[in-house]
Design a protein around this ligand. Structure first.
Ligand code: FAD
Length: 311
């Protein structure tokens, strides 16, 4: 990135915080990855729009990230601008006018899903208990159509506030958005990514104590099933139709398989873990080895759920 662009971006980021040559590993739950040329913690929507205008005009690569809990960042990093939402985008508000049993809330893209769950428990709102124990932000959750226990976030979506490819902010109803299993199909338009600014969710009323109990049960089930001691990005592969990726990997005898510092978790076949000092290259090589073995044994192509940056 040349000096004049750097200067322009520095001048634009007044409320937002700009870091140059910023290591990204600390922004991922894998704890892996090289630096970004720039990382901006966005605290103001106008600044985001202006920064994206400069970045796109100069053909600089960019990406919004959340908590990095579904990301693998390349060892050489990302030669572009990484944007993430700061505190000002972590708000939750109830939107007026309850519609029968339904209560509409607006959640900022930077709000953590754990805060959303806690808030709903306290307010006596049911519908997002399945998010209990899943790291990440609501923005990242939307893009991934995060889900568990047979539920997914798109089912609760009423609309999204998006910063669109033409630089305009728009509220788009759920009916005009195309979601599938761990997939938001129209997350980009005309080759440019849309930025999730906020999500409106439709929830129902229930007793706080009942909701809390459900959350506690789901948390306990999660704890008993997933590795906790080593860094990871959750399920690495999507479940192929009619099968569980973790079971296929297990049946191939791949639990414990190592590649450098990366390993297939002994506890859960679909979790690749950083045993300490793993590189993104280790994880990618391990991924390819797993895919080859599962394809050979079951004829099934495993598709990564994890998103890649800088490859
Ligand atoms: C221990 C563990 C358990 C997990 N369990 C589950 C589970 O049960 N179910 C499940 O579905 N997932 C699970 N995950 C994966 C992960 O937590 C989810 O996919 C989560 O929704 C990712 O959110 P994030 O904010 O970390 O997004 P990131 O990983 O930062 O980003 C994911 C994608 O979204 C994009 N993005 C992020 N924010 C925005 C935005 N505002 N606008 C536009 N694009 C954006 C990024 O560019 C990237 O492409 C788990 C992960 C871990 C580590």
């Amino acid at each position: 990135m040349n000096l004049s662009v750097r200067q322009e971006l520095s001048e634009l980021a007044r409320k937002s915080v700009l870091h140059w040559d910023c290591p990204l590993r600390g922004n991922t739950t894998f704890d892996i990855g090289g630096p970004a040329a720039a990382l901006v913690e966005i605290e103001d929507a106008d600044e985001l729009q202006q920064i994206l205008t400069v970045v796109t005009r100069n053909n600089i690569a960019w990406r919004v990230i959340g908590r990095g809990s579904n990301l693998l960042v390349a060892d050489q990093g990302f030669d572009g601008v990484i944007l993430l939402f700061g505190r000002n985008f972590g708000t939750i508000e109830t939107l007026g006018g309850e519609d029968g049993d339904h209560v509409l809330i607006r959640v900022g893209a930077g709000c953590s899903m754990s805060r959303l769950v806690d808030w709903c428990c306290a307010e006596g709102l049911t519908g997002v208990e399945f998010l209990t124990g899943i790291p990440g932000t609501v923005g990242g959750g939307v893009v991934m159509n995060v889900g568990a226990w047979g539920f997914s976030l798109a089912e609760r979506l009423k609309s999204l506030t998006l910063l669109e490819a033409d630089g305009a902010m728009r509220e788009i109803p759920r009916a005009e958005l195309d979601f599938d299993y761990r997939l938001w199909r129209d997350k980009q338009i005309g080759g440019r990514l849309r930025v999730v600014m906020a999500a409106d969710l439709s929830l129902e009323r229930d007793e706080s104590q009942v909701i809390k109990r459900r959350c506690r049960e789901l948390r306990n089930q999660r704890i008993s099933k997933q590795p906790r001691s080593m860094k990871n990005a959750g399920s690495f592969f999507k479940n192929p139709p009619g099968a569980a990726a973790g079971r296929l990997i297990d049946q191939c005898g791949l639990k414990g398989l190592r590649q450098g510092g990366a390993m297939v978790s002994e506890e859960h076949g679909n979790f690749l873990v950083n045993t300490g000092g793993a590189t993104a290259g280790d994880v990618r090589t391990l991924m390819v080895r797993i895919q080859a073995r599962v394809k050979e044994q079951f004829g099934v192509e495993l598709e990564p759920e994890v998103h890649f940056i800088g490859f």
